[in-house]
Design a protein around this ligand. Sequence first.
Ligand code: DHK
Length: 147
Amino acid sequence: MKIMVLNGPNLNMLGTREPSVYGAATLAEINDGLTALAGSLGVALEFFQSNHEGALLDKIQESCGGVDGFIINPGGLTHTSVVLRDALAGAGKPFVEVHISNVHAREEFRRRSLLSEIAAGVVFGFGPVGYQLALRGLTEKLKGRAV
Ligand code: DHK
């Protein structure tokens, strides 16, 4: 089983970016933790981060034939990107949407996601551990052990 972990704009700055909102862990540390968990779950991961919407679309289109699902923190594209939603819908593979912060406890515009409606699940508000929760949840779904 293979899962692609995607991070969108500004998530390369984790560790120094607004630590009171996003925590102190860097993206590399988060990905290392995911790799360790994936090993124990018997799942292979691939990682990709970009600040560019089109690069994320290209990665989804290129990889969808070779992966079983996606974990994605789309950053601010969550709230704006029709094309990202269309790419994920077109990929035809389940995905989990992750937000480090509790997007419902912040500005009004962060409460709207264009992706949640078509996501297999959404995790938000648990800090960096949300990525691990997403991996556990998506793995259960892919193994047919979750509704
Ligand atoms: C990350 C971002 O970059 C924001 O634009 C989103 C999300 C929230 C997060 O909590 O991980 O609004």
